[in-house]
Structures are given as C-alpha cells and as structure tokens.
Design a protein around this ligand. Structure first.
Ligand code: ADP
Ligand code: ADP
Ligand code: MG
Length: 449
C-alpha cells in the first residue's frame, strides 16, 4: 500500500480524502494556495506544501508545483478529488511519467470519456442509448441549423469539454441558434480552454439519474445503485438522493448494466459515474461519464455502506474489488444538501467572508462533510460550496424529516447561505411526493424567507 498520498485539492473533499487515508494508516500531504493558509485541510494533513498564489491557475491547477510537492515529500500517489485537475488527462500522463500513481482512471480512458461528443460515439458502439444529436462537434452555423431542424427544437448546445453545468445553452428555435452557439463557445473557451460544442435534442422534463461505478484493474466492474440529481438550479446540482423515487428493480438493473458496458467499452478503472437522463416513459439516455469522484458520492456511501474513497485508493494500489454485484445491497434512503456561501435573494451571488460563528447539526444518521470552522474566512477565489449535509433514514419520508431537523439546527453567522432555500425546497409538497424533474427548481421560487 502507498505510504504517502498527496491530495491535489482543497476544502471539504480534501479533508474527506485525508480522513480516509488516516483511517488506512497512510500519510497525507496537503497542498494549499496562499489564500488557503488557514484552511483545515492544510492543518490536518501530516504535511502541507504551499503551491502558489490564490488564483487557481497558479496553485490548484499548477501541475509543476504539484509534481514538485510530490518529489519534496516523497508522496507516491495523487488523489485529485473533483474539479481542478481531476479530469485532466495531460496531468495524468505527467504523473505516469514521474512514476506517481494517479488515483483515478487512466489517461486513455479519461480521453475516451472526457470529450463528450466523442464519448457519445463510443456509447453508441457499446449499445448504450444516447440523446439524439449531432454526430460529433459542430463545424458551422449552417450545419448546426440543418442538424437542429432534423432532430427538432428545442435543442441544447453543449461544450464537448464541459463540466459543472458550464458551456451549456438551451435553444428554443432557429432564430436564437447562432447567438446561443456563440455564447456557449465563449463560456467553454473561458472555462475549459476549448470551444468545441455539439448539439443534442433537449429532453423535456427528464430526471437526472446517475449510476456510481467501481472498476478494478482486473476487469471487474460493479454498479452501486443510483443517485437522483434532478434538483438542479441552472444545471448545477443542489440536492441529491438515493434511491430515486422513479427507480424500479428492473430499471436499476438495466441502467446499471448499461453503465457497466459504458465503463468496459473504454477500459475504465477506479470510481466513475455515468449520468443519464430519464424521461417520463422511463427511457434513459447516456449524457456523460464523470471520470472522478463526485461531490454527491456520500449518498451512495450511506445506502451501500461502502467507503468510495477507500475503494479508490485500494483499486489504485492494484487490489481486486472485495465484492461482486450480488453483494451490493441498498439499505434505507439518503439525501445530501449542498450548503453554499451565496445569497439566493441576490441571484445566488457568492458571499465569501468570515464565519463569525457556526453551529453544526448532528445526531443519528446525520453526516457533515465540511472544512469550515468558527473564525474561518471563506476566500472569494474558489467554489462557493462550503458544506454538505447528508442524512440517512429508513425511508424517504424519514430522510426528509431528518434533513429538515438538521438544516433548521444549522446556524452560520457572518455570511449568507442557501440553507433557507434548501429548507423551502424540502417543505415543498411536490418535492415531498418525489414529483420533480430537472426543470423543477427553475420553475419554482424557493428564495422567500
Ligand atoms: P458533480 O457531478 O460531482 O456534482 P459538478 O459537475 O457539479 O460535479 O462539478 C463538481 C465541481 O467541479 C464543481 O465545483 C465544478 O465547478 C467543478 N468542475 C466540474 N467540471 C469541471 C471542469 N471540467 N473544469 C473545472 N472545474 C470543473
Ligand atoms: P456537465 O458536464 O456540465 O455536468 P451535463 O451533460 O451533465 O453537463 O449536463 C448538465 C445538466 O444539463 C444535466 O444534469 C441536465 O440537467 C441538463 N441536460 C443535459 N443534457 C440535456 C438534454 N439533452 N436535455 C435536457 N437537459 C439536459
Ligand atoms: Mg454532468
């Protein structure tokens, strides 16, 4: 087993990974930017190395500084968490060259899936249903018009290198196609340094249901049930749960097996997630594969009892999966709420600042993944997610109740958060019935106090 792992990330996910390493008796190296000097991940790790200034490009995606930090500390493996370098195959190749083990899929598997237009082609070959759309990227407006007319409006323009809901635009009719393509390209260029876009039919009111996979380096792939991430605001997830209310044993098996085929088609290893859209008639369509651990992984951990981060480390260490598909059993119902430092009343504007005081919930079946503490100053440079509250109940009703109690106990002074927004969502009759789709949060106003 690795003696020492470097965690190339910050915030709650860095802490989450450090904790798993410590439980496994593995030494940890944190990296931090000058803006993160006082962050918990840098304090709790066995060693911490400053890798640059606040801007992400100078620190958390500064590949040279991160490799140098491995060399200085003797770390033999890197866990990337999510965001930052987690889906950067160029960096994976650099790690390979430096004999540093990447805790994630190979660069080749990442490339096969990272380019979303390309991934769709691979999926079609693997007999995984995909959303109808352009055959690869769009090369001209005329071509886009032709394809959009063929598949029928509304359509979606999507960045081929996209992630985190960026570089996506809905197009209602041909009149707005050109401007939306330009806008998506601009955003894609800014966020991903790549402005390739493709077109896809806009599926009306589907649910976002994703399948968690674990794949070892010996061809064993298992699926660990689903997560329903339909509660999204502008394509960004806010609340996730497992199981999904629309899931049946039969559909779970069909989607799970399709996800396994998707992974096998590209020689995928380690943890990964296949995202699907599911329409009213329970047809499902491959959307993308996330070649990394995801923000919402705890809901799967709560219902399966499997520590996904530890499994990632064991797989990277060359161990075989210690269970097979028949061993996976889902118990109870888990919900995660993402707590963001943002002001819903001001268009969800990020609200960095100093946490004057904080009281976090707890109790049976309540889990908090966070790296903030009293007196901590949230820097303005990074993602606004500051905590995840995860609960597990014996069924969905109990889980919702538990989450309401937990969130109403959660007090944060000094900054504005979306806690009240989440509470309003939890109290909504349609949400309680499980009657929602990916457009739900955009149609309703949960910003009132
Ligand atoms: P998940 O599917 O795990 O919920 P998201 O798509 O919400 O992940 O993204 C997780 C985090 O990673 C977010 O903070 C998001 O901004 C960031 N992120 C996702 N994809 C990319 C990317 N390609 N480049 C940079 N950041 C990304
Ligand atoms: P990202 O890589 O940014 O997460 P995705 O391809 O996963 O991008 O899409 C983000 C979100 O946009 C999805 O979770 C879903 O809500 C919505 N979406 C994506 N594709 C479609 C589509 N074809 N029709 C309707 N909604 C879609
Ligand atoms: Mg996605």
């Amino acid at each position: 087993m690795f003696s020492k792992i470097l965690i190339a990330n910050r915030g709650e996910i860095a802490l989450r990974i450090i904790r798993a390493c410590r439980e496994m008796g593995i030494k940890t190296v944190a990296v931090y930017s000058t803006a993160d000097r006082n962050s918990l991940h840098a304090q709790i790790a066995d060693e911490a190395v400053c890798i640059g200034s606040a801007a992400t490009k100078d620190s958390y995606i500064n590949t040279k500084a991160i490799i140098a930090a491995c060399e200085i500390t003797g770390a033999k493996a890197i866990h990337p968490g999510f965001g930052f370098l987690s889906e950067n195959s160029g960096f994976v190749r650099l790690c390979d060259k430096c004999h540093i083990k990447w805790i994630g899929p190979s660069a080749a598997a990442m490339d096969a899936m990272g380019d979303k237009a390309n991934a769709k082609k691979t999926m079609i070959e693997a007999d995984v249903p995909v959303v109808p759309g352009s055959d690869g990227i769009i090369t001209s407006i005329d071509q886009a018009k032709r394809i959009a007319a063929e598949i029928g409006y509304p359509v979606m323009v999507k960045a081929s290198a996209g992630g985190g809901g960026r570089g996506i635009r809905n197009v209602e009719n041909e009149g707005e196609l050109e401007e939306k393509i330009i806008a998506a390209k601009q955003e894609a260029k800014q966020f991903f340094g790549n402005d390739d876009v493709y077109l896809e039919k806009f599926i009306i009111n589907p649910r976002h249901i994703e399948i968690q996979l674990l794949a070892d380096e010996y061809g064993n792939v298992v699926y660990l049930g689903e997560r329903d991430c339909s509660c999204q605001r502008r394509n960004q997830k806010l609340l996730e749960e497992s199981p999904s209310v629309v899931m049946t044993e039969e559909l779970r098996k069909k989607m799970g097996e399709a996800a396994v085929r998707a992974a096998k088609a590209c020689g995928y290893t380690n943890a990964g997630t296949v995202e699907f859209l599911v329409d009213k008639d329970k047809n499902f369509y491959f959307m993308e594969m996330n070649a990394r651990i995801q923000v919402e992984h705890p809901v799967t951990e709560m219902v399966t009892g499997i520590d996904l981060i530890k499994e990632q480390i064991k797989i990277a260490d060359g161990q075989k999966l210690g269970f097979c598909q028949e061993d996976i059993c889902l118990v109870g119902h888990a919900i995660e709420c993402r707590i963001n430092a943002e002001d819903p009343a001001m268009g969800f504007r990020p609200c960095p600042g100093k946490i004057a005081s904080i009281h976090m919930p707890g109790g049976f079946g309540v889990r908090i993944d966070t790296a903030v503490y009293q007196g901590y100053e949230i820097p303005p440079y990074y993602d606004s997610m500051i905590a995840k509250v995860i609960v597990k109940g014996s069924d969905r009703t109990e889980a919702i109740q538990k989450m309401k109690v937990a969130l109403s106990e959660f007090l944060i002074e000094g900054i504005t958060t979306n806690i009240d927004f989440q509470l309003n969502l939890l109290r909504d009759p349609e949400f309680e019935k499980g009657d929602f789709d990916i457009g739900f949060l955009n149609r309703k106003d949960f910003t009132k106090k």
